[in-house]
Write a new protein. Structure first.
Ligand SMILES: Cc1cc2nc3c(=O)[nH]c(=O)nc-3n(C[C@H](O)[C@H](O)[C@H](O)COP(=O)(O)O)c2cc1C
Length: 183
């Protein structure tokens, strides 16, 4: 094997990664952003880590209310993911602008994305500053998955196309078909 030493951004080596929608806030102050830097951390309790840039509006809402939802989406939502991942609620009300459908959660006051394949309702346990982000450790108090797509072995990948980001505007799904967004 011949290696090249990778230059910035280093994280390209660790992509593709699923691109999720993070919904935060409640009542009349709700927001949606994209996040790929999400990982399960522990099983007891169920926890998910999210690397959350402190300059995002989502960070403000997560800090204020201590809860959020992590929403798994399909490749059909690639435009939406890119849109919410490149604009901030500090500038535009993305939910209103794109008419993003949200539904009430059961255990927290933050809604989830209605068209999600699955989602987790999370309550913040800890926020740890690392560089420009906070590593948000959230307890996944309940996790849901589309009955038609989910089996005891996880997602039925013959039927489910989970959206992943390679880098920038380059996305891929588990079929292996690249989705390159036009400028
Ligand atoms: C596919 C994709 C993945 C992203 N992953 C993350 C992430 O894991 N953490 C993060 O803080 N920002 C991530 N971003 C950037 C945020 O979504 C972006 O800063 C967004 O504009 C924040 O919105 P807000 O200010 O309304 O909260 C990602 C963007 C895209 C397009």
């Amino acid at each position: 094997m011949t290696f090249i030493e990778v230059d910035d951004p280093f994280y390209r080596v660790f992509h593709p990664r699923p691109a999720y929608l993070i919904v935060s806030g409640r009542d009349d102050d709700v927001n949606v952003m994209a996040a790929s830097w999400v990982m399960p951390i522990s099983e007891e309790p169920w926890t998910l880590g999210l690397a959350l840039d402190r300059e995002t509006y989502t960070y403000k809402l997560v800090k204020k209310y201590g809860e959020y939802t992590v929403n798994v989406v399909s490749d059909k939502d690639v435009d939406l993911v890119y849109y919410v991942g490149t604009r901030s609620k500090y500038e535009v009300d993305k939910i209103k602008e794109r008419n993003i459908p949200l539904s009430p959660s059961k255990n927290i006051k933050t809604p989830y994305y209605t068209n999600a394949l699955g989602y987790a309702e999370c309550k913040v346990m800890k926020m740890i500053p690392v560089g420009e982000v906070d590593l948000v450790i959230g307890e996944a108090v309940a996790v849901y998955a589309d009955k038609k797509l989910f089996t005891r072995y996880g997602w039925d990948l013959r039927k489910t196309r989970i959206l992943m980001q390679n880098i920038g505007r380059a996305f891929v799904t588990n079929s292996g078909t690249p989705i390159i967004l036009k400028r």
